[in-house]
Design a protein around this ligand. Structure first.
Ligand code: GAL
Length: 434
């Protein structure tokens, strides 16, 4: 074998050994790469959430608690501060709130009626617009158009609506009506007949509490609707109907007569204390908003019936409770979570059956609601809707306040001409009447 040949064989063997070594060698370890991205853990919500309202009575407090329960389950490490100032329609709460806002000590959120009431809180200065939240939560599609219009003030949304209430409801004690073979009155003339029968039997025909100064104005707005109709009543707040109109005189005369059928202790009673007359079977009828349905439910009282306040069939006198976000809120993230819950289907389905109201949203399940509330849902979608003045929807707060004061004093004095003159004057002062 030549020398060259031997070298060729050595070279071949070396190559064969090398390829075997390479083939058997462990696979090379890939160069280290960055760890796969994992979702950043959500920061745990902590701290407080201060929510301010006047919901202390049965039904209203239960509704609020039902929403707090959901919030606590979702954010167990947040402390809810339930700041309440008792007094129907916010009579006492609104003054306390105004002082807190102007004093730089705002709660995170507070109860605000949808409509012109927001003007009194100087929203530019003290509130956060909620437009972005409406968009991110798809709320401009979840609420009916009319409600969205009512909620918009100076081109922004300032409150998250949680419900719709009806103000013009006549509640009655079913047993008293059956025992006396009576039907709920559809007109004020029918009311007088029913009331005379009840009076003769020593039953208080109509109960009212006027202790807090707004209840007479509440009842009277339903009488105004009966006298003027939906359009005429709406016009009172836009200047289309003058308060000098003979139909306003007629409404005042009616109201004066109605007050001769009420309990004598009315100035010492709140709305819920007055409703107790029906529970005790001592009073037959009560005109009040449907938070009374929530209150009856909280009392486990089932012996009540309902009808539109006399003369208002086909009209839904509406208001809506919403929650506002304050500028400078101490717990911004917790506040936003609260508002999201308030606007959600789950939040509204928990709150409203207890509160005695229907959802502001259009997609709540009617089966969760009692018979009265199901009837309110139907009426809300078919009746003429008018805004309540006693509950912030129809007029700015300074007008609504004077309106309520005039009616409160009229409830005891009964001076028709003086009341009508003052009602016209406050319309002039607010630049809606000439
Ligand atoms: C209304 C409020 C209702 C209910 C009622 C009686 O102004 O919108 O939710 O609370 O007062 O307090």
């Amino acid at each position: 074998m030549s020398r060259n040949m031997r070298w060729a064989i050595v070279l071949c063997l070396a190559l064969i050994i090398l390829s075997i070594v390479i083939a058997c060698a462990p696979a090379p370890t890939p160069a280290p790469t960055a760890a796969p991205p994992t979702a950043a853990p959500k920061p745990v919500a902590r701290g407080k959430l201060e929510m301010f309202s006047w919901w202390t009575a049965g039904g209203e407090a239960d509704g609020l608690n039902a929403m707090y329960d959901i919030y606590k389950k979702t954010y167990p490490t947040v402390d809810i501060v339930n700041a309440t100032v008792a007094g129907g329609a916010g009579t006492n709460a609104k003054a306390v709130l105004a002082t807190r806002l102007s004093g730089g000590d705002p709660p995170d959120s507070f109860q605000l009626h949808a409509g012109l009431e927001v003007e009194s809180y100087a929203p530019d200065k003290y509130l956060q617009p909620l437009d972005a939240l409406y968009t991110s939560e798809g709320l401009d599609k979840a609420f009916p158009k009319d409600l969205l219009t009512l909620l918009k003030y100076q081109d922004h949304y300032w409150g998250m609506p949680v419900n719709i209430h009806r103000a013009n409801v006549l509640w009655y004690n079913k047993k008293i009506f059956t025992d006396n073979n009576l039907q709920p009155p559809k007109t004020w003339d029918e009311f007088y007949k029913v009331a005379d029968t009840l009076k003769a039997k020593n039953i208080v025909p109509l109960v009212i509490g006027t202790k807090e100064g707004w209840e007479a104005g509440h009842t009277f707005e339903t009488v105004l609707i009966a006298s003027l109709g939906a359009d005429g009543y709406r016009g009172l707040w836009t200047g289309k109907t003058q308060w000098t109109d003979p139909k306003v005189t007629q409404a005042l005369e009616t109201y004066k007569k109605v007050m001769t059928y009420v309990n004598t202790d009315h100035s010492a009673l709140t709305w819920d204390a007055a409703a107790q007359y029906l529970v005790d079977g001592k009073g037959a009828m009560h005109i009040m908003g449907d938070w009374t349905d929530g209150w009856f439910t909280s009392k486990k009282f089932t012996g009540y019936g309902w009808a539109p306040a006399p003369g208002t069939t086909g009209v839904f006198d509406a208001l809506s409770d919403s929650f506002a976000a304050t500028k400078g809120a101490k717990n911004q993230d917790n506040l936003m979570n609260w508002l999201k819950l308030a606007g959600s289907k789950a939040g509204q389905e928990a709150f409203n059956p207890k509160k005695g109201s229907i959802c502001a949203r259009t997609d709540c399940d009617p089966k969760l609601f009692n018979e009265y509330l199901q009837s309110a849902m139907k009426d809300w979608s078919s009746n003429a809707i008018v805004p309540s003045v006693a509950h912030g929807a129809a007029a700015v707060e300074k007008w609504a306040t004077v309106y309520k004061d005039i009616l409160n004093s009229f409830a005891t004095k009964g001076d028709v001409a003086a009341a009508q003159k003052s009602l016209q004057q406050v319309c002039v002062d607010n630049k809606m009447c000439k």
